[in-house]
Design a protein around this ligand. Structure first.
Ligand code: ACO
Length: 154
């Protein structure tokens, strides 16, 4: 197993936008949640290869607003490690619920999030149509709605 190190990105560090834009194609959308979030990065041999962003919704609940792994490193279990780290971090911070959202077209992500204990809880109809300037496609399907998945933190 490779030696992946996951840590909180210190304030003032370079933001890995290349990674964040893989998960969220709108720079403007990222800029809205980033100032209120904590950014965690996974490094391999001092190179940032993955990221997740934890955003507090309120005192009880937080949301993973963004999770991404560099294409070259995808499919090696790093996304799973990042989700497990986020769940442990939410527990450490005494959150009661952790949320994550993904589109109707994001089949692999829906599989991964449910595999890691998240349950589909809400659907925000036309979220991507209403909030993004350009149509977004994944797996040959248009991203129209956002599915919100949630898991209780014990
Ligand atoms: N298609 C099919 N299966 C997938 C996919 C996919 N796109 N992504 C993950 N999986 C499955 C894997 O096959 C694996 O299954 P297994 O445990 O049965 O073997 C499991 O999920 C875990 O996969 P990992 O290797 O841990 O996932 P990876 O390191 O590739 O990270 C991630 C997943 C973060 C989604 C990555 O593929 C990525 O960066 N994608 C582009 C950006 C993106 O879409 N981010 C999520 C947007 S939603 C949000 O940010 C809140």
């Amino acid at each position: 197993m490779n030696n992946f190190i996951i840590s909180l990105l210190p304030q003032g560090s370079t933001i890995p936008y290349e990674l964040l834009l893989l998960a969220d194609p709108s720079y403007q959308a990222i800029e809205i949640y980033l100032p209120y979030s904590d950014v965690f990065v996974v490094e391999l041999a001092h190179k940032v290869i993955g990221v997740y962003v934890l955003y507090p919704l309120n005192k009880q609940e937080s949301e993973i607003k963004n999770i991404a792994v560099l294409e070259k490193y995808q499919g090696k279990g790093i996304g799973k490690l990042l989700l497990q780290h986020a769940i442990a971090e939410a527990r450490k911070r005494a959150y009661k619920k952790l949320w994550i959202g993904t589109s109707n077209a994001s089949i692999g992500q829906l599989y991964l999030y449910q595999q890691q204990g998240f349950e589909i809880t809400e659907l925000k109809k036309n979220f991507f149509i209403d909030n993004y300037p350009e149509p977004i496609f994944e797996n040959g399907l248009q991203c129209k709605h956002i599915l919100m998945l949630c898991q209780p933190i014990e």
